[in-house]
Write a protein that binds this ligand. Structure first.
Ligand code: CA
Ligand code: CA
Length: 195
């Protein structure tokens, strides 16, 4: 992650506050979403506790200020569901994908389906600008059913040590955080829930 950008965000927050921008406020209806049957890959903890770490930092996929919104004020899209994965400064290609109740999957191959959108793909054609994160949102009220989130190491791009990533999932007003470690091409971890 660009230290310069984080520094700028912190400095900006000190001046004007880092509260939710209009586009990152939770829609009223979203707060009633109540996910059930939360599950993750073996050995992965689903952490729902939030410990205030200070002002919101950009692109770390952590709700640093515990206001319920991930990386607000950083230009990321938000919605009734927001999934964000960040992997620090490791120059690798991680893929975030979501399979929705209809069976369709949002990914770097199909970035937009009805009601869902991969807001940011990294590396995209233009690169990541040293901000290694992907962001995927529901753009409408999400349907009931089963949701499967997958984070996959698509290409280590020469990076040889394990890649540490944070996956945050905000579902309505609830936040969940998973800390992942991926080691080789094709390694994947999953998180699933029902609405
Ligand atoms: Ca926040
Ligand atoms: Ca953050």
């Amino acid at each position: 992650m660009s230290r310069l950008f984080v520094t700028v965000c912190v400095a900006w927050a000190a001046l004007v506050g880092c509260g939710p921008s209009p586009s990152s406020r939770l829609p009223t209806a979203a707060s009633s979403l109540a996910p059930t049957n939360l599950a993750a890959s073996a050995g992965l903890a689903i952490d729902s506790a939030c410990v205030v770490a200070g002002v919101e930092l950009c692109f770390n996929a952590i709700d640093d200020n515990c206001n319920g919104v991930i990386d607000e004020g950083c230009g990321l899209l938000s919605g009734p569901i927001q999934l964000t994965v960040a992997w620090g400064d490791a120059p690798v290609d991680l893929d975030l994908r979501l399979t929705v109740p209809s069976g369709e999957t949002v990914s770097d191959e199909t970035r937009s389906i009805k009601g869902f959108r991969l807001d940011r793909d990294c590396p995209a054609e233009a690169g990541c600008g040293e901000q290694n994160y992907e962001n995927l949102v529901a753009t409408d009220e999400p349907p009931s059913g089963h949701y499967l989130v997958t984070v996959r190491l698509a290409d280590p791009m020469g990076h040889i040590s394990p890649v540490k990533a944070v996956l945050s999932a905000r579902i309505g007003s609830r936040n969940y955080r998973l800390r992942l470690q991926l080691e080789k091409v094709g390694d994947a971890r999953t998180f699933s829930f029902d609405l």
